[in-house]
Design a binder for this molecule. Sequence first.
Ligand code: HXC
Ligand code: NAP
Length: 286
Amino acid sequence: MDGMLKEGSFENKTIIVTGGGTGLGRAMGEYLLKLGANLVITSRKIEVLEKAAEEMTSKSEGQVLPIPCDIRKYDEIENVLSEAESKFGKIDGVLNNAAGNFISPTERLSNRAFDIVIDIVLRGTSNFTLAAGKNWIAKKQAGVFLNIVTTYAWTGSGYVVPSACAKAGVLAMTRSLAVEWAKYNIRSNAIAPGPFPTEGAWKRLFPKEVADQIDPIKRIPVRRFGEHQELANLAAYLMSDYAAYVNGEVVTIDGGEWLQGGGEFNGLEAITPEMWDVLEKMRSKK
Ligand code: HXC
Ligand code: NAP
């Protein structure tokens, strides 16, 4: 659970984390701050951001700038970029982490409910990417994007269909721009986390009534959830200069969860050693 990168790895770097006041965005931001970054955290709720900034700076040296921004609104994103530049001089990286999600049978969703998730996740992420990318290109500055997706960005998943559509789009954008914008010295990568407990995700995706019926731990071969520092280590590496040759990659960090569902015979985990003994005896008798 220790930090992995060298102290000072992010000195003189400014990183914007969307959704940086809560959950995984906050954990990743906190670690970047510890590594020396100037941090800009954004989301819709300024009171949450201000409290997070205060708590973060009380634990670490370094500066945190909280700026309210609804990533569905392009002008609010442009405001974040200009405020961040006024305070810190330049921006070096954007961690596209903000999202909206909830579970529901798809046929029960109103069109507005479908839109709201697509608008936050796909439109919000593409808005931030376009605004920051244009800014870097115009100023001939290098930059790095890290986009938080999920493993169902490529498998798809029932009951979170708007999120699956949107995350798949974000992954396609990550890979597309990794190629198109490499000539401008802009790298794009993604992380696909499995379950990492956060208040925001748990109350919307694993409410008690659901968790009582489906134990999410049983879906994970390593039989535990992810620790926030494990994700923060990976995020910091991918955003750092140590990963200068990593471009267009999506790194899964899920304890093997999505592959457990994919392997045809993985269900044989249910066969006990005693049953295997019986099967072996039957085989040797044939
Ligand atoms: C069905 C729902 C719903 C639900 C909202 N709606 N929640 N429909 N089931 N549980 C519908 C509403 O009825 C409304 O449609 C429309 O969606 C908009 O709802 P609002 O509440 O007005 O929207 P808003 O206040 O903007 O909130 C957005 C939100 C909310 C996405 C609905 O949950 C939110 O703020 N989320 C942000 C944080 C978050 O989701 N974190 C979890 C990320 S976890 P009508 O037609 O009635 O107007 C994650 C993990 C993935 O992504 C992988 C895990 C392993
Ligand atoms: P979270 O704490 O609810 O984070 C979501 C953040 O997005 C919040 O800070 C929220 O802040 C912000 N946000 C939502 N709508 C926004 C908007 N329109 N504009 C700006 N900000 C907005 O949940 P989390 O678990 O940490 O999720 C973080 C990321 O990890 C998401 O991309 C999620 O899909 C991904 N992920 C999580 C898990 C997991 O197990 N936790 C697994 C896979 C992927 P406001 O409400 O203040 O706007």
